[in-house]
Design a protein around this ligand. Structure first.
Ligand code: FES
Length: 221
């Protein structure tokens, strides 16, 4: 049994977490791997990118994802990493593009992530093998969810649970009025714990809080 397993075993139920859970780097790294990289993250609303080519960039730690409305009018996600030498492709946070051109050597990608223009490809290297890496994206009642895992968990239960209450509140038709960030120089769990102590009465909002508690942009080790 490793030290993290021992700590978990010693943790009394219904008590505040031991100090180590907030301070140990190896626990933080495990949280990133098991929670943030393997869960559905709430990253935005469909109203933010209503038109073909509208996009925003979602950043989490060292990862960067282009979230774009494609020609098929669906929302897609691609790693913001050029297949040539790994440069960031989108440097602006949001905008509208009919294609994405890497600022380094101008490799150019279609809205569906496929490689459109690449200079000086070696013999035998095919453009069709060098599209942007796709990310798992789902839109649930207007909310855009992202999962970094190649084999994400099913969202069927969540969709069933949310369908009625979110319809009731018209989540699909919401618009973003403002973005606010509140960076906190603390371990991310402290913020989530405090956030979840608020008294919320409707089931729909409680379920949303569960989603939001998974996605928190103020990670600090
Ligand atoms: S790194 Fe993108 S074109 Fe070279």
């Amino acid at each position: 049994m490793n030290s993290i397993e021992k700590l978990i075993k010693q943790q009394p139920e219904d008590w505040s977490l031991k100090q180590e859970f907030y301070k140990q780097t190896d626990i933080y790294e495990l949280e990133i791997k098991k929670i943030y990289m393997d869960s559905w993250l709430f990253i935005g609303h469909q109203s933010e990118i209503p038109n073909k080519g509208d996009y925003f960039v979602y950043n989490l730690l060292s990862e960067s994802v282009i979230v774009v409305r494609g020609k098929d009018q669906q929302i897609h996600g691609y790693m913001n990493v050029c297949r040539h030498r790994g440069s960031r492709i989108c440097l602006e946070d949001r905008g509208n593009m009919q294609r994405f051109t890497c600022p380094y050597h101008a490799w150019t990608y279609n809205l569906d992530g496929s490689l459109m223009i690449a200079k000086e490809l070696s013999n035998g290297v095919k453009k069709q093998d060098l599209g942007l890496h796709k990310c798992q994206i789902e839109v649930v009642e207007g909310l855009i969810l992202l999962n970094f895992s190649d084999q994400p968990s099913s969202l069927d239960d969540l969709k069933n649970e949310l369908s009625v209450p979110m319809n009731m509140f018209g989540f699909k038709d919401l618009k973003i009025a403002a973005h606010k960030n509140y960076p906190i120089d603390a371990n991310w769990k402290l913020a989530v714990e405090n956030y979840n102590e608020w008294k919320i009465t409707t089931n729909a909002i409680i379920v949303l809080l569960r989603i939001q508690s998974i996605h928190n942009p103020i990670l600090r080790s």
